[in-house]
Write a protein that binds this ligand. Sequence first.
Ligand code: NAP
Length: 346
Amino acid sequence: MASGGEVISNKQVLFKNFVEGFPKESDMVVKTSSISLKVEGSNAVVVKNLYLSCDPRMRHHMMKGKDPGFVSFKPGSPLEGFGVAKVVDSGHPEFKKGDLVWGTVGWEEYSVIKNPAESLFKIHHTDVPLSYYTGILGMPGLTAWAGLYEVCAPKKGECVYISAASGAVGQLVGQFAKLIGCYVVGSAGSKEKVEILKNKLGFDDAFNYKEEHDLDAALKRHFPEGIDIYFENVGGKMLDAVLLNMRLHGRIVVCGMISQYNLNQPEGVHNLMNIAYKRVHMMGLIVFDYFPQYSEFLEAVLPLIREGKIVYLEDIAEGLENAPAALVGLFSGRNVGKQVVVVARE
Ligand code: NAP
């Protein structure tokens, strides 16, 4: 057991070098260094990391400063991402030893957080699994909530389509849409995921996009009268097919385009004129814009979990050694549900 002031070993997942194409496990290496558990300098905190979140956005940080708004990971330093942690020492007046927090941490056993008030939220509700703060109660949950309710403003009876529907964000979008009486169809990349969407997550229907040679025909089969709301997670050919199937005054929220993240040259989209023909509103979403609404979101979603009105599927990888494989697996659909890495269980 480590106590404040002690210097102890700190296992880390280090980023090796900038990535082209699909990320590989060998783009990261697990090494052990040491860390002082005593805060040096005021305002910082030292945290013990418990759960780490694997997010597709981390792929952008693996590139050399290409995307505006994304700070590249530093070669030779730990990856960074969202996680749940416990404060072991604090020089910040708002945080004390023992506090549970979620926010941006390093991929390592212990992290020094220099500006905790800017990068960490305190966790006050612990009657739900702590790992949920990487998913349903963290960044992906807020993304689903804001993208559906704030951006798309769904109405009862509307037809909602979600791609990457069984993942961290998609599974929630579908359940949120069902709660207000929408007709919800999702797509995912395996038979197992399709069964989960229909039988565990309460989607009205689902299909395996990898088995569909004609995505346009698949969408026409599921939405004979068209799509009112498309929650876009994958981009590419799927977006092209969706554009052909949007209804008049439909809404598309562009949350992500994971099918494009590992391509050197993004695919083109051919059916954009449908946006005009059908007066479609197509809007971009960046979850960080909604962080000021986090408390409101939490108040809305916690009761849904407690009352069993919403469920959340997690895919748990044990230990930092398995973190590189877990992260890389997002890009081949290996994860079933929210991909979490357990570093320690308190
Ligand atoms: P996730 O769905 O839990 O995991 C990624 C999934 O994407 C995989 O399991 C896989 O599922 C699917 N996928 C991977 N490669 C694909 C490809 N080439 N074509 C189609 N599907 C592919 O991830 P998530 O965290 O929920 O994120 C979903 C999307 O939301 C991502 O695009 C992410 O970048 C975006 N996002 C955006 C924001 C924002 O602020 N805008 C915030 C959070 C997430 P299948 O088995 O179904 O293929």
